[in-house]
Design a protein around this ligand. Structure first.
Ligand code: PLP
Length: 363
């Protein structure tokens, strides 16, 4: 059996040992629900949730009251679209950098869709930001892996409409770059724990002005008092967290943040780029310093290529990357593209072995 070389960090990161240990310890020794009890165990879980929230706030330059736990980036982006009031008669600016999770909630709402222009590097062109009511900004595309100047895009949109609501998809950015929510000045920033070394089923939605928005989900834990006529919501962020939180995943969040490194995998990516760039049958769509290496193979369907890699122990992503608009932008082959992405667990040997496997298949 081949050794597995996991180079699909952009789909989901492997977990640091400390994350696994924290989750097992929670399940085995500390388990109870949060926000619902006053026994010692429940109080400890409340403290754990508060500490995780504070750690995320620090991680992204925010206050704890601005950090809402969600089920993931997709959940957060859908909720942000609802809370921001996307719908008929609302102008929403999107771009070809967007993942389906960022753009589809806006399209599905029936809003009028406008497009933000990109430059020749597939970065936002600040002179092509249309006047709109809501702007969706992909801080780092999962196809191109280049960090975008979010603050500048928000500022360009506000110049046209000071009341524009900015929704940022930071799913990839959060894995590679230090975020500064206050400097970005966006209204919503969403990402998933699983891409930064935490677990699946947990996401973070930063909300700049939590008391400005009405909760979009209703249930236990988000309401203070219910009379016959009205209810009084809890303070932020709990008012946005109806129902039981994904506590096991939250137990792993702080260790994931502690282990997070902005340049994890960068050397491995560079080595693979240099090795594949020499192969004349490989067309690379990304730049050397990008967080992902996206490419297609001349004369080979992406799924066949992916299967051949998989059979040799190399795990990479193939297909449309849930980014149909980026696929059209680069004129990708019908089956889509292949994508390599490294994390902290990858070594120089992984880079060399991956290049050997790929160059062995693509002769
Ligand atoms: N946005 C981008 C840029 C992504 O790469 C992804 C996942 O690949 C998502 C959003 C959706 O993240 P999740 O599936 O964790 O909700």
């Amino acid at each position: 059996m081949n050794k597995i070389i996991y180079l699909d960090a952009a789909a989901s990161a492997l977990k640091p040992e400390a994350v696994i240990e924290a989750e097992v310890d929670f399940l085995r020794n500390k388990y109870a629900n949060a926000g619902r009890g006053i026994c010692a165990r429940a109080a400890t879980v409340d403290e754990m949730v508060a500490a995780a929230r504070a750690a995320v706030a620090e991680f992204m330059g925010a206050h704890a009251a601005q950090i809402v736990f969600t089920a993931g980036a997709t959940d957060g982006l859908n909720r942000a679209a609802r809370m921001a009031g996307a719908g008929r008669g609302i102008r929403v600016a999107v771009s070809d950098l967007d993942h389906h999770s960022a753009r589809m909630p806006m399209v599905a709402s029936g809003a009028g869709i406008l497009t933000i222009g990109l430059d020749e590097n597939h970065d936002y062109d600040l002179s092509c930001v249309p006047e709109c009511d809501i702007i969706v900004i992909t801080a780092m595309s999962n196809v191109f892996g280049r960090p975008q100047n979010v603050a500048a895009v928000v500022a360009a949109a506000r110049e046209k409409n000071p009341n524009v609501i900015a929704v940022v998809d930071a799913a990839q950015y959060a894995a590679h770059m230090r975020m500064d929510a206050a400097a970005w000045d966006a209204d919503f920033v969403c990402f998933s724990a699983h891409k930064i070394g935490g677990d699946t089923g947990l996401g973070i939605m930063y909300v700049k002005e939590p008391l400005r928005w009405a909760p979009d989900k209703f249930g236990g834990g988000m309401v203070n008092k219910i009379t016959n006529k009205e209810w009084i919501f809890n303070d932020a962020p709990e008012r946005f967290e109806a129902g039981t939180l994904p506590l096991t995943q939250i137990a792993g969040l702080r260790p994931a943040l502690d282990a997070w490194r902005p340049d994890a995998g960068a050397g491995v990516m560079r080595a693979m780029y240099d090795a594949l760039a020499k192969n004349p049958r490989i067309k690379i769509y990304t730049t050397p310093g990008a967080s992902v290496l996206t490419f297609s193979v001349d004369g080979m369907h992406a799924l066949d290529f992916g299967a051949l890699c998989g059979a040799r122990g190399l795990c990479l992503r193939v297909g449309n990357m849930c980014a149909t608009w980026a696929m059209r932008l680069i004129n990708a082959p019908a089956g889509g593209v292949a994508r390599l992405s490294a994390g902290a667990w990858n070594t120089a040997d992984d880079a060399a072995a991956a290049a050997d496997i790929i160059n062995g298949i693509v002769k």
